[in-house]
Design a protein around this ligand. Structure first.
Ligand SMILES: NC(=O)c1ccc[n+]([C@@H]2O[C@H](COP(=O)([O-])OP(=O)(O)OC[C@H]3O[C@@H](n4cnc5c(N)ncnc54)[C@H](O)[C@@H]3O)[C@@H](O)[C@H]2O)c1
Length: 251
């Protein structure tokens, strides 16, 4: 089973890392369905990618909603064939002192960042089990390796995603399905730039680059290239791993 010509779902693929991952998979001949909640951006990016010849579909989906996920996975199967690659990338951040976190905020962060991957993985697994081949990549966060002030809900949700990755790798390996996680550090995306402009990071990108052994912030392509490799046949002996793509910081 080669991953060219197979079908992938990338959640949160209308922007940032998910968009770069979609482009990297499509460039290798993978058909991609993007699940994203931002309808306008999704429509624009899907039109652009289809204009350059990629086989890409967009579905407006909130990954925390089981009915929406199930419906969009079913439609993807019908339009593009069985789903053998899943990249769970959709995520939301929060920056609040621990005492200020409300139940609603805690539950929303957990719903998107942890329940989302749980729901989408359950929905696509029958295809992977039937094919006895599958690739699942969960985009977590390096903040779960080192901790991060004012991000307790986010860090907890991403640590949960690392746990989900490890548990699933043990459960699914015998069926030819690998499950890995990439925990990005600072990668320049609309989300990161937005949070910097709101003052949510005390350090500038330049300062961050100085703390990073390779002396630069991450680019979406850095994460996308590693993700594409983890979706390839060539990575069949890598599972249950936290693959740091971080310029050498927080390894
Ligand atoms: N950029 C970084 O430095 C960095 C660092 C560590 C981890 N991450 C993680 O990488 C992932 C991508 O981040 P990014 O920087 O590209 O962010 P981004 O905001 O540019 O992209 C996230 C995408 O997820 C979508 N999304 C949000 N909630 C959703 C939902 N409920 N259902 C479906 N889609 C939803 C958004 O619409 C958006 O298109 C996130 O999980 C983020 O936590 C990013």
């Amino acid at each position: 089973m080669a991953f060219e010509g197979t079908t992938a779902i990338v959640t949160g693929g209308a922007s940032g890392l998910g968009l770069a991952i979609t482009e990297a998979l499509a460039a290798r001949g993978t058909k991609v369905a993007i699940f994203d909640i931002q309808a306008d951006r999704l429509e624009a990016e899907v039109a652009r990618l289809r204009g350059q010849g990629d086989t890409v579909r967009g579905h407006v989906v909130d990954v925390s909603d089981r009915a929406q996920v199930t419906g969009a996975v079913e439609q993807t199967r019908t339009e593009l064939g069985p789903v053998l690659i899943l990249v769970s990338n959709a995520g939301v951040v929060q920056f609040d002192r621990f005492e200020s976190i409300t139940d609603d905020l805690w539950e929303r962060v957990m719903a998107v960042n942890l329940r989302g991957p749980y729901l989408v993985t359950q929905a696509v697994l029958p295809d992977m089990r039937t094919a006895r081949w599958g690739r699942i990549v969960n985009i977590s966060s390096s903040s779960s390796q080192g901790g991060q002030e004012r991000m307790a809900a986010y860090v907890s949700s991403k640590a949960g995603l690392i746990g989900l990755t490890k548990a699933l790798a043990l459960e699914l390996g015998k069926d030819g399905i690998t499950v890995n996680t990439i925990p990005p550090g600072m990668v320049v995306t609309p989300q990161l730039l937005g949070e910097i402009s709101k003052g949510n990071f005390t350090n500038s990108l330049d300062h961050f680059a100085k703390l990073t052994p390779v002396r630069r912030a991450g680019r979406p392509e850095d994460i996308a290239n590693a993700t594409a490799f983890l979706c390839d046949d060539a990575s069949s002996y890598i599972t249950g791993q936290i693959i740091g793509v971080n310029g050498g910081r927080r390894t």
